[in-house]
Design a binder for this molecule. Structure first.
Ligand code: ADP
Length: 501
């Protein structure tokens, strides 16, 4: 924690990027908020102000949506050949890799995540998403359909489907993977020919703004991508409800997801949602325990537990329960907590004082409701937003710590006797984003995977993401999928064309 002296020296481009108030991108121009208002961006490991950005409100939303509308209706983007579009999107991926160190530092500084994680995961995954999606630009195809219309038995038809871009898309993203969430959203939208107004999270606006510069450098025409910084109620809400927006794509809390649905219901915009989770992670008694224990620790402590798919409900078969609890607790104790920019850090701070209060509130409620704290359970220090990696035992589904999404480094562990007993408990959640199973029995692995109500099931691994693999949730974890071919469908309308020949 006292690692000030060992910090990664700030890249000169990062230092210059944060030095002056950052403007937002509307119609190819960098502009201040129309009100002139700005707000502070904080370093979560110290609470100190590191930058200022524009506080966009409804007037800025109107300008950004109008630009995206013009770019979609009459700009070159929709008319460009798929190959040209694909090359620009590929170049965005290349530019992300060329600026990897700068983006990783911005992400670590702004969000608090360990610099090594930003370098190895966030930035390369974001680049890969654009590279993957670029290939699809030339491969979005419809079908030809043979008709058998009963009341025109002698007619001949040529019927086919076209996949057309849905139009202007509002994209609202959270703070836990700021660059990567921007990539997950922008990749399929741009590939299908949509235009975008992206609102980045107020806690972590920096990497999204830098990404917008790289998109311009890659050759994205003006208005195709507009990026706003601002708060949920004053910027996100008018964007989600805007009558000129055709679709809203949102990642964030289930609570705000429900508000987005209401906002979009006025004119029945298309909506996709990637929301919260309380994912079960299951260790069977025949698992490779070293692998499973390390994997269970990673499932919850990666990104400080600030993952919608965090394996926050750990289930261990009775005969190995004590060993799993002790092993995960040992991992938790060994995690080096510190500033993201300290290269030794394995777990950084939570993102904000609100998240710190929220997670500490859950820890207090766990204690009050009788959960046993095996390890952790407290704030670390009194500067920055650090919390100890925490393992809780003796919980039940009525306790808030087991029922609700904590979004911090806190896992509950429970024993189970058999998979018959386990599955109802594992599925006992309003969420259904992800799940994990650790076993060497291939039949049990696949049977369990099939029974779990979750959008992703990892077997003998966790937190494996790939641009080609769809991600999204059952139940209150969301609507639709990100990444993979599935994401592209959700940015297109299908038009059936029927010609009599
Ligand atoms: P978290 O709880 O993880 O901070 P939120 O769901 O509150 O996540 O925020 C995710 C994103 O949604 C952020 O960009 C935030 O500004 C935005 N947001 C928050 N409230 C609203 C709202 N009422 N309408 C639209 N966007 C919102």
């Amino acid at each position: 924690m006292n690692a000030q002296l060992q910090m990664t020296p700030l890249d000169a481009r990062v230092a210059s990027f944060i030095r002056k108030p950052r403007q937002v991108l509307i119609d190819g121009q960098w502009v201040a908020a129309k009100s002139g208002k700005t707000f502070e961006v904080y370093d979560p490991s110290t609470g100190a102000e590191i930058a200022r950005v524009a506080a966009c409100e409804k007037a800025d939303v109107d300008a950004a949506v109008a630009a995206a509308r013009r770019a979609f209706d009459s700009g070159p983007w929709a008319r460009m050949s798929p190959s040209q579009r694909g090359r620009i999107i590929w170049k965005i991926g290349d530019l992300i890799l060329q600026n990897l160190e700068e983006l990783a530092q911005l992400e670590s500084l702004d969000n608090g995540k360990p610099i090594g994680v930003a370098r190895a995961a966030d930035v390369p995954l974001a680049a890969d998403l654009f590279h993957y999606m670029a290939g699809w630009a030339t491969k979005l195809e419809g079908n030809t359909i043979g008709l058998s219309v009963p009341y025109t038995p002698d007619a001949q038809y040529h019927a086919f489907t076209r996949r057309e871009p849905i139009g202007v898309v509002a994209q609202i993203i959270p703070w836990n993977f700021p660059l990567l969430m921007a990539a997950w959203k922008l990749g399929p939208a741009l590939t299908t020919g949509c235009t975008v107004v992206l609102k980045v999270a107020e806690e972590t606006p920096l990497s999204g703004l830098r990404l917008a510069e790289l998109c311009q450098e890659a050759g994205l025409p003006p208005g195709v991508l507009n990026v706003l910084t601002g708060f949920g109620e004053t910027c996100g809400a008018p964007l989600a409800a805007h009558p000129q927006v055709d679709k809203v794509a949102f990642t964030g809390s289930t609570e705000v997801g429900k508000l987005i649905v209401k906002a979009a219901s006025n004119d029945l915009k298309k909506v996709t949602l990637e929301l919260g989770g309380k994912s079960p992670n299951i260790v069977l008694d025949d698992a490779d325990l070293d692998l499973a224990i390390a994997g269970a620790a990673n499932a919850i402590f990666f990104n400080h537990g600030q993952c919608c798919c965090a394996g926050s409900r750990l289930f261990a078969e009775e005969s190995i329960y004590d060993e799993v609890v002790a092993g995960v607790a040992e991992h938790a104790k060994g995690i080096k907590v510190g500033s993201g920019l300290d290269p030794q850090t394995e777990m950084g701070p939570l993102v904000s004082t609100e998240q710190l209060d929220r997670v500490c509130g859950f820890l207090d409620s766990g204690q009050a409701e009788g959960a046993e704290t095996v390890v952790g359970g407290r704030r670390v220090g009194d500067t920055g937003y650090f919390v100890e990696p925490t393992v809780l035992a003796g919980t039940n589904p009525q306790m808030k710590v087991e029922a609700e999404e904590i979004f911090g480094p806190v896992v509950t562990v429970k024993p189970f006797k058999s998979t018959d007993e386990l599955l109802p408990s594992a599925n006992q959640s309003n969420y259904g984003l992800a799940a994990g199973v650790w076993t060497n029995d291939i039949k049990k692995a696949h049977r369990t995977a099939a029974e779990l109500k979750a959008g992703t099931v990892w077997i003998n691994c966790y937190n494996v993401f790939d641009a080609a693999m769809p991600f999204g949730g059952y139940k209150e974890s969301g609507w639709g999928r990100e990444m993979g071919e599935e994401a592209l469908e959700l940015y297109t309308e299908v038009k059936a064309v029927c010609a009599q020949i």
